[in-house]
Every structure is written in C-alpha cells, then in structure tokens.
Ligand binder design. Structure first.
Ligand code: NAD
Ligand code: ZN
Length: 343
C-alpha cells in the first residue's frame, strides 16, 4: 500500500507492506548509498549484496558529528554526486544520521529510509527531523527535511531485540493517549505478543501510528503549535532518562503517568489508571523512585521552558491532548508525590 503525505517542505511516499527486495524498483542501485549500523548489517548482509553500503557503529554514543564527517568522507571517495540517493536503514540513530548527512552533503541530496526498529517505523523516521548529538546534548545539530520515501518491511523486525519492541510501544501508547482513543482500546484488547505474532495486526497498527505522527507534523512542521503534543510524557521523561540511565521508552512511560496525574490535578482528567494498566501490560514501568528535587531542576533547565513556566502536554481525556504552560507551583506537588514510588 502506497501513501503520499505532503508537508510544507516537501512530500514523502510511504510504501507500507513492502519488502527490502523491492528497493531496486524505487531507486537506481548504482547511484544509491545505504547507511546502516554494524548490528543491522550483521543480520541483513546477504540481502544487501550488490548495494553500496556505508557502515556506522551501532548505538546512541555514535550519533555524533564524527560519524557525519566520516560518512561525508566516504561519500566523496565513492563519487556520490547531486543525483545520488542516500538511504538510512536501521533504527532511529541510523535514520537521524543518514537524513542529516543527506541534507548537508552537496547542500542536500535525495534520501529515503528503511526503518528497522518499531521506534524508527512509528516515530524517528517520520516527520523530517534529522540530526545528531553534540556531547551530552541530544539532537543539538540538525535540520528539518523530509525523506522522499519510506519503505516498510515488517519482516525486518524479526531480529529486533524484545526490549527494543517494548521501547517502540511506549511511543505507540503515547500516540494513542494524545490522538486516538480507539487505538488505545485496541491496545487494551491485545498484547505485545499478539502484535508480534500477527503481521496483519502489526501492519495496521504501524500504519495508524505513522499517519498520526505525519498528520501532526503536516499541520505544524516547525513545532510552533500542535507538534508539541508529541512531547507527551517527555518533559519528565527527559528529566530522568540520563540521570538513571533509563531506556527512552521507560522514561517516557513514567513521564506519561506523571503527566496523567498532572492532568488530573489541572484538568480533572479521570483515566490515569487506564494508562498505568496499559503501560504495565506492555512491559513498561509506571513509576520510578526518582529524586523529585533533581527532576524539577532538570525540567526547569529544559530548552522548552518559557520564563518561569514549563509547557506541559496534558490530557483532557484519552485521545485528546492539549499543551499548557504550567507554573512550578502547579508541577512541583505532583512531581514530588510521584517520585519515591516503587517501580
Ligand atoms: P537505535 O537506532 O539505536 O536502535 C536500537 C538498537 O536496535 C540498535 O542496537 C540497533 O542496531 C538495533 N536494531 C535496529 N533494528 C534492528 C533489527 N531489525 N534487528 C536487530 N537489531 C536492530 O535506536 P532506536 O530506538 O531505533 O531510535 C532511537 C533514536 O531515534 C534516538 O537517537 C532518538 O533521538 C531518535 N529519534 C528521532 C526522532 C525524530 O523525529 N527524528 C524521533 C524519535 C527518536
Ligand atoms: Zn520519544
């Protein structure tokens, strides 16, 4: 199934239910350079035979300017020109780097993605944010530029480690919370095991999530308004993720529960318990014994802070989110009450 999404900066064709084997129908093999990480390459080396492959090291630690510089050197050496296409095949780290390299090499060449993790399929490779970390600062250097195409081959998920599946589902639950009450129910009715077992069920779920994110981005590519809703669970999540070395999905999950309680305090939101049950059912934590003082300090220094207020994404009900500036006086009691709880 093919779907075209038009953004203000360009358009992307999504090839759902496709296969890696059909990539040569989308691009000229000789003029294409596939960037992938050594992990993913190890699994799919045979399938990539005959393609120009540029390797990066797997892991967030390598999502940096050094990787960009190395790749650009390799592209020059290989004779890549303005007509070349760059493809990022891998998780979000790979797609972020590949999209960034393609956007600055020769002031920008065409690029596409073959996302291979759940997180990359539903989140990182959708929406055109491409960039790298600088030191401890995440995504500090980057650009918004849309890929020409995305190719979805769900069979590539067979080798994805289970904890990476769980992490991807944190963002799926986030999408359900902010935009899609029916999908929230669907997630309640099924399980991670069921989605892993049924390609049809998984395909529908992934498409639904891609369209939620693409639509939000379509209406607000540069994050002046509703794109902020995608930060649900991320304000507190980011404040605890590094400190306790939590996987991103776990930090977001804990952040969503705190945001749900904050929604209860500010908007009389009544469905926190459903969110807690759902994250737990998908193997995610609902609570963490974090230090509330430290979390509040980190949130106060967040780049999304405006004056003394923090823009929080809150829920009016499941499927309906708003963003609202909150004062520290409103936030602190909830953040304090939620820290120190058992996992
Ligand atoms: P990742 O790319 O590090 O992948 C996770 C791990 O899974 C890696 O070890 C990778 O080698 C491995 N892997 C991926 N696919 C595999 C497969 N099919 N089989 C076996 N192993 C596989 O991380 P991620 O969780 O996919 O993405 C996280 C990154 O995405 C972060 O850097 C984050 O900043 C970025 N991100 C970007 C956006 C955006 O809008 N650009 C949005 C969300 C997240
Ligand atoms: Zn996230």
């Amino acid at each position: 199934m093919k779907k075209k999404i038009k953004y203000s900066s360009g358009e992307t064709i999504f090839h759902f239910d496709s296969s890696l084997e059909s990539l040569d129908k989308l691009v000229d093999k000789n003029a294409t350079f596939i960037i992938t990480d050594d992990n993913v390459y190890h699994h799919y080396q045979k399938k990539l035979k005959g393609w120009n492959v540029l390797l990066i090291k797997a892991g967030e630690a390598y999502k940096n300017i050094d990787a960009v510089q190395q790749l650009i050197g390799q592209l020059i050496e290989a004779g890549a020109d303005r007509k070349s296409t760059i493809i990022g095949m891998g998780g979000g780290v790979t797609t972020d780097i590949a999209g960034f390299v393609a956007s600055i090499y020769l002031r920008g060449v065409d690029f596409g993605f073959i996302p291979t993790s759940v997180l990359a399929m539903v989140d990182a490779s959708v929406g055109g944010k491409n960039g790298v970390d600088v030191g401890i600062f995440k995504n500090m250097a980057g650009i918004i530029r849309q890929p020409k195409f995305l190719l979805y081959d769900y069979s590539l998920l067979k080798t994805l480690p289970h904890d990476q599946w769980i992490g991807g589902f944190a963002e799926i639950i986030k999408h359900a919370c902010i935009k899609d009450a029916a999908m929230f129910k669907l997630l309640e009715a099924h399980s991670l095991k069921a989605f892993k077992k049924s390609p049809e069920l998984l395909s529908k779920l992934i498409q639904r999530n891609v369209l939620i994110k693409a639509k939000v981005v379509q209406e607000d590519e540069t994050e002046k308004g509703d794109r902020k809703l995608l930060n649900f669970g991320h304000t507190l999540g980011h404040a605890i993720e590094n400190t306790y070395q939590l996987p991103h999905g776990s930090a977001v999950s804990i952040g969503m529960v705190v945001a749900a309680y904050l929604s209860k305090a500010v908007l009389d939101f009544k469905e926190s318990e459903r969110i807690i049950q759902l994250v737990k059912a998908y193997g995610l934590p609902a609570y963490y014994d974090y230090d509330p003082k430290d979390a509040l300090i980190k949130m106060r220094s967040d780049k999304k802070r405006v004056k003394d207020q923090i823009h929080f994404v809150l829920l009016e009900k499941i499927g309906k989110a708003i963003h609202k500036p909150l004062s520290m006086d409103q936030i602190a009691p909830v953040v304090e009450a939620m820290g120190g709880k058992a996992i």
